[in-house]
Design a binder for this molecule. Structure first.
Ligand SMILES: Cc1cc2nc3c(=O)[nH]c(=O)nc-3n(C[C@H](O)[C@H](O)[C@H](O)COP(=O)(O)OP(=O)(O)OC[C@H]3O[C@@H](n4cnc5c(N)ncnc54)[C@H](O)[C@@H]3O)c2cc1C
Ligand code: FES
Length: 279
């Protein structure tokens, strides 16, 4: 068996600024150096990988490219050593990738149901492949709704793409920003409040929320108010990770490992594991 700690060599082929500022987000496209690696590197929506740069280290990042893309895409918020190092990279620089890791979203179990995606800030990254997965199998799912917000227009991740998604017939997109800005015609306020305004029905539905922990807490509370059961609510957790393969014990949640058993969990499971209640 190959050593699971040895990463694949890759090169950065494209870099795009998503947002600016102290916690800027950049989107990186990465191509493996060996074509046999890219052929065999398959992944599900919600899975992640250890993205690394030489001399800085590795960070666990959600893979947000789509099934047919011939590159891997990661959107990275500048936080500390590794992510700042990535932000300093240029097209053509070397990178490393280990993975894919994690369970991903159980998208096939959700067939026949309405899907409500609720994201905030960088939380749109893991939701992006879910949107695409459902749009590519449109008839196999019910209504698809995206409720997404950021602090300001300039903080909306994948802004251009979101505006394109708004034009689609088979997807309802509800955007928000925290404070009023000139020219903004959509909701002003926090994501959990926009959720209550949109008021999706829990009947035969699944709700998925990704974003800052405080947003997730209030989104779950509001989903419960709307009548969603614990089993109908899914989220991802971002415990710090090192090995990514359930060996180092860095990311454990009770008797489970976020890197292997997660990062996607239903609220029913998470509530018991973390003694966490948003109700
Ligand atoms: C499953 C999973 C998916 C993720 N997906 C993405 C993604 O798509 N895009 C993205 O930008 N980030 C994502 N993250 C978070 C990312 O891994 C961390 O921000 C990154 O590892 C920080 O590394 P650093 O060396 O730059 O910062 P460090 O120097 O290690 O830390 C800087 C600051 O960031 C905080 N921090 C570090 N790691 C985490 C973490 N895991 N969660 C919350 N705070 C953290 C530290 O407490 C510290 O305050 C994900 C994390 C996990 C576990
Ligand atoms: S990151 Fe090592 S056990 Fe999860």
């Amino acid at each position: 068996m190959e050593n699971p700690y040895i990463p694949y060599l890759a090169v950065i082929t494209d870099i795009r600024d998503e947002t600016v500022g102290e916690r800027a987000i950049k989107t990186f496209r990465i191509a493996f150096q060996e074509s046999s690696v890219s052929k065999n590197f398959t992944y599900q929506p919600g899975q992640c990988a250890m993205l690394g740069i030489l001399g800085k280290g590795e960070s666990m990042i959600s893979i947000n490219s789509l099934a047919n893309d011939d590159y891997l895409q990661f959107s990275v918020m500048k936080m500390g050593k590794v992510t700042s190092g990535l932000h300093e990279c240029e097209v053509g620089d070397a990178a490393t990738v280990r993975g894919p890791y994690g369970n991903g979203f159980p998208v096939d179990d959700w067939k026949g149901k309405d899907i409500i995606l609720i994201g905030g800030g960088i939380g749109q990254a893991p939701l992006r492949p879910v949107i695409n997965y459902v749009l590519n199998r449109r008839k196999q799912y019910g209504k698809l709704t995206l409720i997404y917000g950021a602090r300001a227009v300039s903080d909306l991740c994948f802004r251009k793409e979101l505006l394109e998604l708004k034009k689609l017939k088979h997807l309802n997109v509800h955007l928000s920003i925290d404070k009023k800005e000139d020219g903004w015609k959509e909701f002003v306020g926090f994501v959990p409040d926009n959720l209550l305004k949109v008021h999706p029905s829990p009947k035969n539905a699944i709700a998925v929320t990704c974003g800052p922990p405080i947003m997730i807490k209030f989104v779950i509370a509001n989903l419960l108010k709307l009548g969603f059961s614990d089993e109908q609510i899914f989220t991802t957790i971002e415990n710090r990770m090192k090995c990514g393969i359930g060996k180092c014990g860095r990311c454990n949640v009770d008797n489970l490992y976020a890197c292997k058993d997660g990062p996607v969990f239903s609220y029913a499971i998470l509530k018991n594991l973390l003694n966490w209640s948003s109700g």
